[in-house]
Design a protein around this ligand. Structure first.
Ligand code: ATP
Length: 435
């Protein structure tokens, strides 16, 4: 195992100053309160793997809420306490969040149910975790700063690049761990341990996934689909029989694979342009996965996973309409270059970014892709220079006519028929004359 000095060195060289400072603040408060405090979980795992992870989770041998309040008394932050779970979130002025938990064990009333919480020692706290690689605790008190608690062979498994559960009933206790196992395996480039894979396969066989509440399933799936490149994990889920547990019509064939590849390209392109509006990556990939599904099948899987209503409306209702819009664009692709920007904008108006990116990923037409990219980057946000008040001053009737003339002006601007303010004024006057 790593020597504390080595770990201290990792902290100094690998972590931003902000996080180093946070750790030493925690250290001071821990000594003051007189209880042991540890950083745990993914943060410690990623520190040892030299991977960026700024989400610090700490565990307090004592009461987390008292600790968090004490911490907040001394620093610019506030506390959100969860009495039921004896946990707290410390929220800093800049929005940064620190999760504080009390050492505890959880017991499960039945497979798939949410855990109950009881106070216990750090070792038991670590024992309830999903995989050995997530069971490291890093001591933060001054005297022990940098010591690693490694009760379950975490460092060995990090070295072996193995995902292993802590005990045989792990997947039975909480079947969502099967999805987590695949996520960590693919993200970290690790491999499920042989015994762990056998346990997983038999839990799939026994249909334990069906015992998990839909929201928890949705949660695990979206975390996977939000990864930078979710395809390998989706493909692995299929191979293990887990994808079919979510939706028996989801398949990973060559077409779906190609859609994922194109979707990743489209998302990457969209990210680079930074339009200021972040997209929900998972929605784009969810659409790729559901390509062969009818609307009814799509509605069924959305229901089964309790996808939030506003996304269900898009995934089920919008999808069909938008695909028709795109079929028409593809049919007209020869002429598309001659279309006026206002015509293209008219057709794409109101379609959300996720659906546009999906359609971009799906289309085989370069002309259509170009039109959509111009719409997203140049045309969508075009506005006239004049506003409603200006139109009233020019004698346009109050009421719906204002909106109509603004829309005409916008189209004229899109199609470069007006450029200066005076052009717009002249345009409005000619509108007034013609009606
Ligand atoms: P990520 O980088 O994806 O956030 P993470 O390891 O921080 O990875 P979280 O989902 O934030 O993952 O969980 C934090 C810690 O809580 C994990 O390291 C794990 O030890 C524990 N944990 C989370 N979910 C479970 C679960 N279903 N069963 C057991 N332990 C879990």
């Amino acid at each position: 195992g790593l020597h504390p000095r080595h770990v201290q060195r990792l902290i100094q060289t690998r972590l931003p100053k902000r996080i180093q400072q946070l750790l030493s603040q925690i250290s001071s408060v821990a000594d003051e309160v007189g209880c042991s405090v540890y950083a745990v979980g993914g943060f410690v795992r990623d520190l040892l793997l030299h991977k960026k992870n700024l989400d610090v989770d700490i565990v307090v041998e004592g009461n987390a809420i008292d600790f968090a309040r004490r911490f907040a008394d001394q620093h610019a932050c506030r506390v959100r306490a969860h009495e039921k779970f004896v946990t707290a979130v410390v929220i800093f002025d800049d929005g940064y969040k620190l999760d504080v938990a009390s050492t505890r064990t959880e017991y499960y009333l039945e497979p798939g149910a949410l855990p109950n919480v009881e106070e216990a020692s750090i070792k038991l706290d670590l024992y309830r975790r999903d995989f050995t690689i997530n069971t490291l605790a890093l001591a933060l008190n001054h005297d022990s700063y940098g010591e690693l608690l490694d009760y379950f062979g975490a460092q060995r498994d990090l070295h072996d690049k193995a995902i292993r559960v802590l005990h045989n009933l792990s997947f039975v206790e909480d079947p969502t761990r099967m999805f987590r196992a695949v996520r960590f395996e693919q993200r970290l480039g690790f491999k499920l341990g042989m015994h762990t894979e056998n346990l997983l396969r038999s839990a799939v066989e026994m249909d334990f996934v069906q015992r998990v509440g839909p929201l928890r399933l949705f949660n695990e799936l979206t975390i996977i689909l939000n990864e930078e490149n979710p395809f390998p994990a989706i493909s692995r889920l299929e191979e293990l029989g887990l994808l079919a547990c979510l939706c028996d019509q989801w398949r990973v064939d060559a077409r779906v694979k190609e859609s994922f590849r194109q979707a990743q390209k489209a998302l990457h392109w969209h990210e680079l342009l930074y339009t200021g509006s972040p997209v929900e990556r998972w929605v784009v990939y969810f659409l790729c996965l559901s390509q062969p599904l009818s609307d009814d099948a799509m509605a069924a899987v959305c229901g089964k996973l309790s996808v939030p209503q506003r996304w269900q409306d898009i995934l089920v209702g919008e999808r069909c309409r938008v695909m028709k819009v795109f079929h028409r664009l593809e049919r007209d692709q020869q002429k598309l270059a001659e279309y006026r920007p206002s015509e293209v904008s008219q057709r794409l108006k109101g379609i959300g970014d996720e659906m546009l990116l999906y359609a971009m990923a799906r289309t085989h037409s370069d002309a259509v892709r170009l039109a959509v990219s111009q719409y997203l980057t140049q045309w969508r946000d075009v506005k006239p220079l004049l506003n409603g008040d200006d139109l009233i001053a020019l004698g346009v009737d109050r009421g719906p006519r204002i909106g109509e003339v603004l829309a005409l002006l916008r189209d004229a601007r899109l199609d470069a028929e007006v450029s200066s303010r005076q052009d717009e004024v002249d345009f409005v006057r000619s509108c007034q004359m013609s009606c």
